[in-house]
Design a protein. Structure first.
Length: 575
């Protein structure tokens, strides 16, 4: 009798637990996505019910809610060092960076549930780390209209976070608390694969899922080669067997895709570009916005299954490629910091699209683009996925930065950069950059006015360093990150993101009527300066007629002119 009662109680508990674990997505038959609070409550329930699941707070967010990570380990072990020692492959899956694109949010809830209750077998050598909802502020700003072109779900979050930042442009500048929390988790985990789930805008086509991968030439080395030659083809093959024809992320928003397109250039500001700085295989799944929500979530679930299976079966090669590149990176004396597409080379891919055309707009009467779904096609199109380095720098032995640049130093610390603090004032001969020219965008971009096309000159100068300033050696795992953030001509350098704008403004000046006499005395005592002034007047007619400009010229070449103006404040100790 007791056994019967126990069995009935156990079955009742199991039925109740199973009912509690049906997601909102499933309950609504694929029409709705869970709210932020529903997502967190769901994972708390998984944590409570299954010893293979652990949920933890990993840091603050701009929304004043903690950022959570949820881990799955078949062995019920949640020690990162032990995962590394046992050679497990770590997959970090990020969801809701754009909460209006919640496909990964719902797919991951079902994925971890199915892994925990045994419906899906996770290989022994795989550990999952999942961010349930990354952009919490955006998820709480729930609406049904901000994704004007998207086919479901019924309600969803907003792209901007609590500070209205697009978090997928924040990985270098780290303005948001979410970013600093995720970046620090990234370095604790050192994931082998990073997957950031999205939904795509743009052209209409038959494919449910497109896949953005880290540009392989930029990724470089064995990781880039293995990504392009082996790992991506394996994922395509596996997904085809699951009923999905993958295609590269359709990146051309200005034209219809039947003529081909150029691969997305994922700068380090983006999640995949950031991950590439640390030899992590990074992927951005992009489901197609016009497909029904259920179909998109199912495709995301299938792709995550494919990542798990493919990564597990190729774990040794993945780890070997990463280890080889890290070893090679230690020895590299030059590093590429910018790339451009090579339009003379292309790969033919199979693309399933719809015929397009133009017809009069019912709004304006002008010609408008449309796609005719009654006319599907399958064609071979050109995919321009070969990039060449357009800018290369020599890696110094170390960088040097004053302790006053605390915003930069804090970001270096978040990224695990090792720095040596000077214990006393020191004078050193260093390589110094002077900012000669730069351009600035006319409109704000993610809270910044980005600089671009910087031109610098390098000089040897004697610099007085103070106690507390930092020497940053480059012989460390963050070598590439250091070069791409501290070299001022790199497209996503800290200079580009305005962290050093204070040196672009002159702080001291002179009164003309007072400095006139001092300038005359300087020219009298310094024949070389007088010669420079005379040559400038001979070569520049406008300058020769401008007394104020001549006085300024003398000032700028005098001991009174501040050395900090236009001097890039990160110095170099050469190899």
């Amino acid at each position: 009798m007791r056994n019967i009662i126990f069995l009935i109680s156990f079955l009742s508990f199991s039925i109740m637990a199973e009912a509690q674990l049906i997601t909102k997505f499933e309950q609504s038959k694929g029409l709705e996505t869970a709210t932020y609070n529903e997502v967190i409550a769901y994972y708390q329930q998984l944590d409570k019910l299954f010893p293979t699941i652990k949920m933890e707070d990993i840091g603050p967010t701009d929304a004043d809610y903690p950022l959570n990570a949820v881990y799955y380990d078949k062995d019920r072990n949640f020690d990162i060092k032990k995962w590394k020692a046992e050679g497990k492959l770590i997959l970090l899956i990020n969801n809701g960076i754009h909460p209006g694109e919640p496909d990964g949010v719902d797919a991951s809830m079902m994925l971890l549930r199915d892994a925990a209750d045994g419906k899906m077998k996770i290989p022994d050598n795989i550990v999952l780390a999942v961010i349930p909802v990354y952009n919490i502020g955006g998820a709480l700003n729930r609406n049904s209209y901000s994704r004007a072109n998207q086919n479901g779900p019924e309600a969803y979050g907003f792209r901007g976070n609590a500070e209205n930042l697009d978090l997928n442009r924040d990985f270098i500048k780290c303005d948001a608390n979410e970013t600093s929390s995720l970046v620090q988790l990234f370095h604790r985990l050192d994931p082998d694969l990073f997957i950031d789930n999205h939904v795509s805008d743009g052209a209409d086509y038959q494919h449910v899922m497109t896949l953005l991968v880290t540009q392989h030439n930029k990724l470089g080395g064995e990781v880039g080669k293995y990504m392009n030659d082996t790992l991506v083809p394996l994922l395509y093959k596996d997904m085809q067997q699951r009923g999905y024809d993958l295609v590269p992320y359709v990146n051309d928003f200005e034209a219809t895709p039947e003529n081909g397109w150029t691969e997305f250039y994922d700068l380090p500001r983006f999640s995949s570009g950031f991950a590439s700085l640390f030899q992590t295989f990074a992927f951005v799944p992009e489901t197609h916005m016009l497909k029904p929500y259920k179909q998109r979530v199912d495709a995301t679930y299938a792709l995550m299954e494919s990542f798990i299976k493919t990564a597990s079966e190729n774990a040794d090669a993945i780890k070997a490629a990463r280890a080889e590149d890290r070893k090679t990176l230690e020895q590299k004396t030059e590093l590429d910091i910018d790339w451009k597409p090579d339009t003379t080379k292309s790969t033919m891919i199979t693309f399933k699209g719809y015929e397009s055309g133009y017809k009069p707009s019912k709004v304006s009467g002008m010609p408008r683009l449309y796609y005719d779904r009654s006319k599907p096609y399958t064609r071979q199109v050109k995919f321009y996925n070969q990039f060449t380095a357009s800018k290369t720098v020599i890696v110094p032995k170390a960088y040097v930065i004053s302790h006053g640049w605390h915003d930069v130093i804090q970001r270096l610390e978040w990224n695990g950069v090792k720095m040596d603090k000077l214990e006393k004032d020191t004078t050193m001969q260093l390589t110094v950059y002077r900012i000669e020219k730069y351009e600035t965008v006319q409109h704000p971009y993610e809270k910044h006015y980005l600089h671009k096309n910087a031109i610098v000159s390098a000089h040897k100068e004697t610099i007085k360093l103070l106690k507390g300033d930092y020497i940053i050696p480059t012989d460390q795992p963050t070598r590439r990150y250091l070069v791409e953030t501290l070299e001022p001509t790199a497209p996503d350098a800290f200079f580009a993101w305005n962290f050093f704008d204070a040196v672009l403004q002159q702080k001291e000046g002179y009164s003309d009527y007072v400095f006139e006499d001092e300038a005359a005395e300087l020219l009298k005592k310094n024949p070389e300066l007088q010669k420079m002034l005379d040559e400038k007047k001979k070569s520049d007619e406008a300058f020769a007629k401008n007394g104020d400009a001549q006085l300024k010229f003398v000032y700028q070449h005098s001991p009174y002119f501040e050395p900090e103006f236009m001097r890039y404040p990160v110095f170099k100790i050469e190899q």
